[in-house]
Design a protein around this ligand. Structure first.
Ligand code: ARG
Length: 481
């Protein structure tokens, strides 16, 4: 593929070098953003009387036509250009001749590409915020539905203390609620218009950067041109938020994979999501969740690529930055794919409450509750800890779970254990007693549910208050001079 428009390289540039350096195939996806940026810049040039109004009107008409043609699929930027920006300029020149040359006044591809990427990331953020908010809401709904299911909570993948399934779902939702925060931070970072800083140092022409900023719905301008054209922090922030969200999806997936295994049998996978084996007829595999977990690799890879890309670059624009396209542009779709898969799959995952209760009843997870009962009767915690530890050892020696230890066994260890054991030997008493803030008690969980719901509403509100590309076009196609 050979780049035709001699924007900088000139016609003598080696064909292979041009092909090597073209980013068109990757940044084609930025076409709408590029057209909007051009419309906003053109509006400013016309309003400031920097270019003839005749030319502004003709270019405006052509850009609007290109938008419609691109939307209708009747035009796509020609192959063989260096990037999407040159491809649009080449098409305008084909249509308007040298008149088209007014458009690039006071603008560089360096601020143009920064703008396109910011518009693109902002649009991706809208979808990410909406989708992750939806996931938080779905998880919270499950927390309410499974509020009464009891299961062992784990540390070190060893049974630790009784929790409710509602609490477990809330733990998952809490991770994704933090991802909403990370996405909101990325939103704040991306919300600055770079347009008008030129190649690096501004312009002597009477431009007004606030005009395209307002038209494109940015709340502020970037501060310094030299920094602006080399800045991909907004890309790092977005890619980081995506990578972290994917890691969270993977951790939830691992719990589901484990809990649905024959070793646990806590969760059942519905027919719609249980994948078979081509050889073993009995298998019901959790492939969806394994893939959810696996996609995190690409998410982390994207972040690492971008971090490494900007490391050590000098200030200002460097062509290296063009290589942001692959990792940055794939991050959003990767996230949406994973979150949507989770949302489809989760309704087909159900707890087996009898199995999870049996896991509790056959174990020693109420040991801490016995110790806390001793504390309530005035025993120092460390003493209580030792007494209950001894009791657990006795029970294990007898091969019985804590719930059925005879009172005389407890009395033989220490008389104070007897009432403490009677109060707490039924594992079902544990969860309702743990009402500290952030705990697994039903009131504490209800509080978590309310907080998580509010966070999802905030996430959606940020998405809804963000201008969408299609809306910007409606405004920009109406501008007049
Ligand atoms: N294709 C380039 C990119 O995407 C556009 C900017 C080129 N700027 C330049 N000075 N060569 O980064």
């Amino acid at each position: 593929m050979i780049a035709k428009t001699a924007a900088g390289g000139g016609p003598s540039l080696d064909a292979e070098v041009l092909a090597f350096s073209s980013s068109l195939e990757k940044d084609r996806v930025l076409l709408r953003e590029d057209l909007l940026g051009s419309l906003a810049h053109l509006t400013m040039l016309g309003r400031q009387r920097i270019i003839p109004l005749e030319a502004a009107r003709a270019i405006h008409r052509a850009l609007v036509e290109l938008w419609h043609a691109a939307e209708a699929g009747t035009w796509r930027p020609a192959e063989g250009e260096e990037d999407v920006h040159m491809a649009v300029e080449a098409e305008l020149t084909r249509r308007l001749g040298t008149e088209a040359g007014h458009l690039h006044t006071g603008r560089s591809r360096n601020d143009q590409v920064a703008l396109d990427l910011r518009l693109h990331v902002r649009e991706q953020l809208v979808e990410a915020l909406e989708t992750v908010s939806g996931l938080v809401e779905a998880l919270v709904a499950r927390a309410e539905a499974d509020a009464d299911v009891l299961l062992p909570g784990y540390t070190h993948r060893q049974r630790a203390q009784p929790i409710s399934a509602g609490y477990w779902w809330c733990a998952a939702a809490a991770m994704f609620a933090r991802d909403l925060d990370a996405l909101a931070f990325a939103h704040r970072q991306v919300d600055a218009s770079p347009l008008g800083v030129g190649a690096l140092a501004g312009t002597s022409l009477p431009t007004d950067r606030d005009i395209p900023r307002t038209l494109l719905g940015f709340s502020r301008l970037t501060l310094n041109g030299l920094d602006t054209v080399g800045d991909r922090d907004f890309a790092l922030d977005f890619t980081y938020a995506v990578a972290r969200c994917l890691l969270h999806a993977g951790r939830l997936a691992t719990d589901i994979i484990d809990f649905s295994s024959s070793e646990f049998r806590f969760l059942q996978l519905g027919d719609a999501i249980a994948c078979g084996s081509s050889l073993m007829p009995q298998k019901r595999n959790p492939d969806v969740f394994e893939l959810v977990r696996a996609k995190g690799a690409a998410g982390v890879g994207n972040l690492l690529s971008l971090l490494t890309l900007v490391k050590g670059l000098p200030l200002g624009y460097n062509r290296d930055l063009q290589e942001d396209r692959g990792p940055l542009l794939s991050a959003g779709p990767l996230l949406l794919g994973v979150v949507r898969a989770l949302r489809v799959a989760l309704p087909h995952v159900s707890f087996d409450a009898a199995v999870t209760l049996r896991a509790l009843e056959s174990d020693y997870t109420q040991a801490t509750d016995i110790a806390e009962a001793l504390v309530r009767s005035g025993v120092p915690f460390r003493t209580a800890y030792q007494l209950v530890g001894t009791l657990v050892k006795q029970a294990q020696g007898l091969g019985i779970p804590l719930g059925v230890v005879p009172a005389d066994v407890a009395a033989a260890v220490d008389a104070r254990l007897v009432p403490a054991l009677e109060q707490t030997r039924d594992v079902r008493t544990s969860v309702p007693s743990r009402e500290s803030v952030g705990g697994t008690g039903p009131r504490a969980v209800a509080q978590q549910v309310a907080t998580l719901r509010a966070r999802a509403v905030e996430g959606r509100a940020l998405a809804h208050s963000t201008p969408r590309l299609a809306h910007l076009f409606q405004v920009l196609q109406e501008v007049t001079w």
